[in-house]
Design a protein around this ligand. Structure first.
Ligand SMILES: Cc1cc2nc3c(=O)[nH]c(=O)nc-3n(C[C@H](O)[C@H](O)[C@H](O)COP(=O)(O)OP(=O)(O)OC[C@H]3O[C@@H](n4cnc5c(N)ncnc54)[C@H](O)[C@@H]3O)c2cc1C
Length: 462
């Protein structure tokens, strides 16, 4: 199918039922859902490129008790998904949000499949006991696949999506209801009326201002986020009295290649499919599939504040993104483990011993050193051998707008701000103090759809 063409700004109308701000997974699924329920919707995106951080997602989308899991022989349980996410989030997750989320992940996979967006393969991410991370059968990175596929549905349904159209203000009626937006559309300012507005504007990982305000200790960190992840939705929401929550909870991702000006996230699927992490001495130092918080802290505590991911061709065969990492020059090669060790300046006998011990652990499913229990389907045995140099970087902002599980925005008194809805990374509460890999893409579809349904009820006066 031809590349999606955004609607020209000249076609921006004065009135819609629903204005959706942001063209990531949340905005696009909200738009499709509301459109299918009969709403006249418009998606407004400030960047030229559509898809936000969703475009960058690599590993997959978590869901429990899916048919896809059963096809792969994985017998799962929604309650386990709930408890593992709650534990991994430091028990700071909003329980109502989490409850809604876990029970709506399997329907979200089905909803995508109904739209011919099939996530038929599975892998695993840190902090999960089961393979819940759904991805395309080709094992391609989820983000680009999802944005392209959702845009195909959007095109089929004739939903207008405007790029280079930044929302600068929310409009309010005298009674406080949000009833429209002000935009700057490719240089022109315009007022748009709407029965309801959905904030699907993503997080603030790329905002120096917000990071300085809420996490000054991370000011010098690089970020994996797209440049537009500047927390605009938080400012818009605050301007109409919304409450922000857990704003200091910022996730630092452990495996980010950042030796060049461009920063690349190395997806968790690389560890999920069997890679290990070694320090400057060529030794393991952590359970690589512990939570992101724990693995990041372990790397930061090393004298060199960085580490190497080590893997082989067998692991590479299971993560298509590695072909891209190699193409852009991030992957160091070796014909043997000793060869690889020399190329990354670590002691060859140490690395050989580390890999041997790990291969025994994977074979016996018993990691006596660090108690790793997942991502052990294969050892590091099949030539060639590879390494990627990584260090932690700002990745995800768990804090955000205080919302109900119906995506309604709350003010400081716990009252609903009528006409305003928020979903996806801009909303706070779902993840606690550690967002599990794969849960965010799931959040975009689960709560994007929910927002699309709730605005429809609201616009109908129900
Ligand atoms: C490198 C990387 C890899 C990741 N991998 C995974 C993964 O494998 N699995 C997983 O679950 N999660 C992953 N994540 C996290 C996940 O991709 C994001 O949290 C999620 O996609 C956010 O979706 P969203 O729709 O809420 O926001 P986004 O996709 O960021 O979309 C928000 C959009 O709103 C636009 N916008 C903002 N302000 C305005 C404004 N004022 N006017 C108009 N438009 C505006 C932005 O430009 C952006 O395009 C990854 C994140 C990154 C950065």
């Amino acid at each position: 199918m031809a590349k999606f063409q955004p609607t020209s700004v000249g076609k921006l109308e004065n009135d819609y039922d629903v204005v959706i701000i942001g063209s990531g997974g949340t905005g696009l699924s909200a738009a499709i859902q509301a459109n299918e329920l009969g709403m006249k919707v418009a998606v407004l995106e400030k960047e030229e490129e559509l898809g936000g951080n969703t475009n960058r997602a690599s590993s997959g989308m978590n869901a429990a008790e899916t048919n896809v899991q059963l096809h792969h022989g994985v017998i799962d349980n929604v309650a386990d998904f709930y408890h593992e996410t709650y534990k991994d989030g430091g028990r700071l997750n909003d329980k109502d949000m989490l409850g809604y989320f876990v029970y709506h992940t399997a329907p979200a996979i089905d909803w995508l499949a109904d739209h011919d967006i099939k996530l038929d393969d599975i892998t695993i991410t840190g902090g999960m006991s089961k393979k819940r991370t759904h991805r395309p059968a080709s094992m391609a990175p989820i983000g680009g696949f999802l944005v392209k596929s959702l845009l195909e549905v959007v095109a089929k349904e004739n939903i207008p999506v405007f790029n280079k159209t930044k929302v600068t203000q929310l409009r309010q009626a005298n009674d406080g209801r949000v009833n429209g937006v002000e935009v700057n559309a490719d240089g022109l300012t315009k007022t748009i009326n709407a029965k309801a507005v959905i904030l699907a504007t993503g997080g603030f990982g790329a905002s120096k201002e917000y990071i300085k305000r809420f996490r000054p200790d991370l000011e010098s960190y690089k970020t994996t986020n797209q440049p537009g992840a500047t927390g605009d939705g938080l400012k818009l929401a605050e301007s109409v009295g919304a409450e922000l929550m857990q704003m200091n909870l910022v996730q630092v991702h452990p495996t980010v290649q950042q030796d060049n000006p461009h920063v690349y996230l190395i997806g968790e699927a690389v560890r999920g499919e069997g890679a290990i992490l070694v320090n400057g001495e060529g030794k393991r130092f952590v359970n690589e599939l512990n939570t992101r918080k724990i693995v990041s802290n372990a790397i930061t505590a090393l004298p060199e504040h960085s580490a190497y991911l080590i893997f082989d061709q067998g692991i590479r065969d299971h993560v298509k993104a590695i072909e891209f990492y190699d193409k852009v020059g991030l992957v160091v090669h070796g014909d043997t483990i000793e060869d690889l060790a020399k190329n990354i300046n670590v002691d060859p006998s140490n690395l050989a011993q580390t890999v041997k011990t790990w291969n025994d652990a994977a074979e016996n499913h018993n990691d006596a050193e660090f108690n790793r229990t997942t991502g052990m389907d294969r050892g590091i045995t099949k030539p060639g051998f590879f390494a990627i140099h990584i260090a932690p970087a700002i990745h995800y902002t768990m804090g955000g707008i205080h919302v109900t599980p119906k995506t309604q925005v709350l003010d400081g008194n716990g009252d609903i701000i009528k006409g305003l809805f928020a979903a996806g990374e801009v909303a706070g509460g779902l993840h606690g103090n550690n967002r599990v890999g794969g849960n965010s893409i799931a959040e975009t579809i689960v709560f994007g759809r929910q927002a699309g349904q709730q605005v429809t009820l609201y616009a109908r006066g129900l």
